[in-house]
Design a binder for this molecule. Structure first.
Ligand SMILES: Cc1ncc(COP(=O)(O)O)c(C=O)c1O
Length: 422
């Protein structure tokens, strides 16, 4: 093949990852059969039980009421001040770790936040860490920067619990090779499993980090990918773990990859932030300067309208209460769909990753790519989770179509002699 791309940029094959292009095909099936009758569990968006695209109505109303300038003008590089305050409130709900300060730089969604974190906190040619079940961009965002995502075994052999021992062993191994280590945690309501890390599990993780940080040459960077947090439980339940970060040493940094995509259901508006949490004034100042530089030299600035609407909502308790109530209704709908799927899966012996909440459930299956294609022929729309799982986006599948979905997947696995042993 004749190429004009620079040598470093060949063979990236981004088109094969474009699941969004399948949507048009599925839409045709929905037109024919009615959206509420199609088992579309492909994308991480919320659809209501009639198959319609869900928004948070109050957020939508505030956004639509904005004048042209607020929708179309530039924001500031670090984000509008009231957006910065609202982002911290929305992410932490008052649970900022003791002794820490925060700093916010707006980004285009959580993707931009993870990109900026890897860019500024991983050395060229070095590695950063995350679980073996992960959201694909964790690896590609780093590949774009010549940095490598490496993994640890996420669950025990029975798919019941987080595999702390595997995490610990990999972390210690990496600290033998490099002095700083960035690790990504997408909890609670993990994509693709729906697992919530407990406070006990977080305590073990942060105790290990505190031990490592006794060596002043070592640097621990924790990226908390916040995206699905609001769908996992109450504000208190989902943020309790943040106190494991109380009084962090200065060589331990918490970076929250904040995203408005899921919590406010504005995926396409590309709004989020990277929020630094540190006990060190130097670390905070260094963060702000560097991450603003990244913004200016990549996407320039965030989407003003999305930021302004968030600011307005967080300055008005009544609006905020409405937004939270509207989201809670959707959260409960997703938790119910998850329970239906997991109950049926258990009854028929379909193995799944441990799931508590969120948009996704994952079924381990070695032949997941084949299963994905075969199920698509039967008008069951799912995606693969990496190379060894079938990902079911219960977020987008009407509840009545969740019933029986586990059985269809199990039948496909059994009929074709596929294996769930990974
Ligand atoms: C694990 C994870 N993190 C973050 C995001 C948010 O991405 P963004 O805010 O860029 O839309 C997503 C969205 O799919 C995700 O699945």
């Amino acid at each position: 093949m004749f190429r004009m791309t620079s040598s470093r940029n060949q063979n990236k094959s981004g088109r094969t990852h474009d699941v969004f292009s399948l949507v048009a095909e599925i839409d045709k099936v929905k037109e024919r059969e009615g959206a509420e009758n199609v088992a579309d569990a492909m994308l991480g968006v919320i659809r209501r039980d009639d198959g319609s695209f869900a928004t948070i109505p109050t957020y939508e109303e505030v956004y639509r009421s904005l004048p042209a300038r607020e929708l179309c003008d530039y924001a500031t590089i670090a984000g509008l001040p009231e957006f910065q305050a609202a982002a911290v409130q929305s992410a932490f709900c008052g649970n900022i770790p003791a002794g820490a300060k925060t700093e916010v730089v707006a980004t285009p969604g959580g993707s931009g936040a993870v990109y900026a974190a890897i860019l500024n906190y991983v050395e060229f040619g070095e590695e950063y860490l995350g679980p073996e079940w992960y959201w694909g961009p964790y690896a590609t965002l780093g590949l774009e920067q010549d940095k490598k995502y490496v993994t640890y075994k996420m669950f025990d052999d029975n798919y019941e619990k987080f595999n702390f021992e595997a995490f610990k062993a990999k972390t210690l191994e990496m600290f033998e090779k490099q002095d700083s280590l960035l690790t990504i945690f997408n909890f609670p309501a993990n994509n693709p499993s729906g697992y919530n890390l407990s406070v006990e599990e977080w305590t073990k993780i942060t105790d290990l980090y505190r031990e490592i940080c006794k060596n002043p040459d070592k640097k621990v960077i924790v990226v908390w990918d916040w995206a699905y947090t609001d769908y996992a439980g109450t504000k208190e339940e989902t943020r309790a773990f943040l106190h494991c970060f109380d009084n962090m040493p200065e060589n331990m940094l918490l970076l929250c990859a904040y995203s408005m995509s899921k919590s406010f259901l504005i995926y396409g508006m590309r709004s989020g932030a990277l929020i630094a949490v540190s006990t060190s004034d130097d670390v905070i100042e260094d963060f702000a300067g560097n991450v603003c530089f990244t913004s200016r030299s990549t996407w320039s600035n965030g989407s003003r309208g999305a930021q302004r609407a968030l600011g307005i909502i967080y300055q008005n308790p009544e609006l905020l209460a409405k937004v939270e109530a509207e989201r809670m209704e959707l959260r409960d709908m997703l938790i119910n769909r998850g329970k239906i799927f997991m109950k049926e899966a258990k009854e028929i012996g379909l193995i799944c990753l441990p799931h508590a909440a969120g948009f996704f459930i994952t079924v381990p299956c070695k032949e997941c790519s084949q299963a994905f294609r075969l199920l698509m022929k039967e008008e069951v729309y799912l995606l693969t989770a990496g190379e060894a799982g079938i990902r079911v986006a219960i977020s987008s599948c009407p509840t009545k179509m969740v019933y029986g979905l586990a059985a269809k997947i199990k039948k496909c696995i059994d009929d074709n002699g596929f294996t769930q042993e990974i």
